[in-house]
Ligand binder design. Structure first.
Ligand SMILES: Cc1cc2nc3c(=O)[nH]c(=O)nc-3n(C[C@H](O)[C@H](O)[C@H](O)COP(=O)(O)OP(=O)(O)OC[C@H]3O[C@@H](n4cnc5c(N)ncnc54)[C@H](O)[C@@H]3O)c2cc1C
Length: 416
């Protein structure tokens, strides 16, 4: 009897039928299509277009598009579990899919939970109908260009990319770094600042810019350590015009979302939950002599291996517990404890994924890290999680430390 990997949600019995069915849909794609292709995208550092054709056919591009607009209407918990299941088979596909899905999640159930005037709400319905039609009917793929290399992506300064209001739309100027799906997406979701005197973070805007708009340039090399198939090259916007319908959220709403719905930034970690599970699954299969392409040599009888794998399982279950708690916690205006648990969960998933991959290589040994096997790719991919803004591992610790020690509004006296 071969090893049967556990369900990404641990005990699948508490899931809804819809959740079970969609996770299984992703699992079949992952096992049968994404995992066998992953080495090629990694080796060549090219975008997984074939996987996107499969996601499109499976209806998964519209996973967080509301049902009223023809999508699957998934909530936060359902999305993160599907994303983790995809990450288990191909980190690159899960991470890029997250960038795509965030566009409909942020403009979808997150925007629905925020305050808007009736006019803003009506305008938002009109704009998002355009984007959802593109995603659901036309199968278009959205990227999410956030990072700029300065303090904006860490949430500490206004975006350097600027949108100037003109008749019928905006003109965008600026640069983005590390834009996953650069050159592959049909539309770039772009975080920018509305060009008004004395603009602050409150003037942030979330615009979507068709990739074939005049004035967009994709540039720079892409030969990184991990997540190589994300093709996260740089983008330049020079006097790029977009119509009013480019608004993914009404003016001013992105800031409200960032403050009131912090789980919106926690959608990066499910990919790494999947990688954590993959590192563990590989180790068990390896020690049982069941890794395809390897001689069926068993190593499970050595007590040191049993201790090592038990410690990995403990770490995996600790990670999953926080991951699932976080999935259930997501809501507008979470209380302070929930927010702190969110930082703790995000940090734990990002750090433990790489630690589990490290332990997997240490436990399995030299042959396990050959490029012919997936573990060394999992090791490299998992290294990337803790680096991702706005919540790098460092910034989660910064936020958590401050919130642990200061009640809202508290400041220290300045000692001269
Ligand atoms: C595989 C991959 C895919 C990515 N895809 C995307 C994408 O699709 N879209 C996108 O927008 N970005 C993406 N990113 C970028 C990512 O989110 C980060 O913006 C990028 O890795 C930051 O680069 P850096 O570490 O050089 O940043 P730096 O700004 O140099 O920050 C370095 C570290 O310093 C700390 N730091 C930074 N600013 C502050 C501050 N103000 N105060 C205190 N500490 C601070 C943080 O811990 C940070 O990790 C991707 C990154 C990777 C690795």
């Amino acid at each position: 009897m071969a090893y049967v990997p556990s369900h990404i949600a641990g005990n699948a019995r508490w899931l809804t039928d819809k959740q079970r069915e969609l996770i299984e849909r992703a699992s079949v794609l992952g096992r049968e299509k994404f995992a066998p292709r992953a080495a090629k995208f990694d080796r060549e550092a090219v975008f997984p277009f074939e996987n996107y054709a499969d996601l499109r056919e499976a209806g998964l591009l519209g996973v967080c598009v509301p049902e009223a607009y023809g999508g699957l209407g998934c909530d936060f918990a359902t999305y993160v579990m599907i994303a983790a299941e995809i990450g288990r088979h191909c980190g690159t596909t899960a991470l890029t899919w997250n960038m795509h899905v965030s566009s409909s999640m942020w403009s979808g159930f997150i925007a629905d939970s925020l305050e808007m005037t009736p006019q803003q709400r009506a305008d938002h319905e009109r704009c998002r109908a355009v984007h959802y039609e593109r995603i659901v009917q036309q199968g278009k793929v959205y990227a999410q260009s956030f990072s700029e290399g300065g303090s904006a992506a860490a949430g500490k300064a206004p975006w350097g990319t600027v949108a100037r209001k003109v008749d019928g739309g905006y003109v965008v100027n600026g640069k983005k770094i590390f834009a996953s799906l650069a050159g592959a997406a049909d539309v770039y979701g772009v975080l920018c600042t509305l060009d008004v005197p004395g603009a602050t973070q409150r003037d942030s805007m979330y615009l979507s810019i068709p990739a074939d708009s005049p004035g967009i340039r994709v540039y720079g090399d892409w030969d990184p350590l991990g997540m190589r198939g994300t093709v996260s090259r740089n983008l330049e916007f020079k006097e790029v015009f977009v119509g009013d319908e480019a608004r993914m959220m009404p003016e001013g709403l992105y800031f409200q979302a960032a403050v009131r719905y912090p789980h919106m930034f926690a959608t990066l970690s499910p990919t790494y939950m999947g990688l954590a599970q993959a590192a563990y699954d590989f180790t068990v299969q390896y020690l049982r002599g069941e890794v395809p392409g390897m001689p069926p040599v068993m190593r499970r009888m050595y007590p040191t291996k049993q201790v090592a794998v038990a410690e990995m399982r403990v770490k995996l279950e600790q990670t999953r517990a926080l991951f699932l708690q976080n999935a259930r916690d997501a809501q507008v205006d979470p209380d302070r404890d929930t927010r702190m648990r969110l930082y703790a969960a995000h940090y734990t998933i990002m750090e433990n994924a790489n630690d589990l991959a490290r332990l997997a290589i240490r436990t399995c040994g030299g042959q396990s890290m050959l490029k012919s096997l997936p573990l060394e790719r999992i090791y490299r991919d998992s290294r990337c999680g803790a680096l991702m803004l706005p919540w790098t591992a460092e910034l989660c610790i910064d936020r958590l430390g401050r919130e642990c020690l200061y009640e809202p509004g508290e400041k220290d006296e300045v000692i001269e």
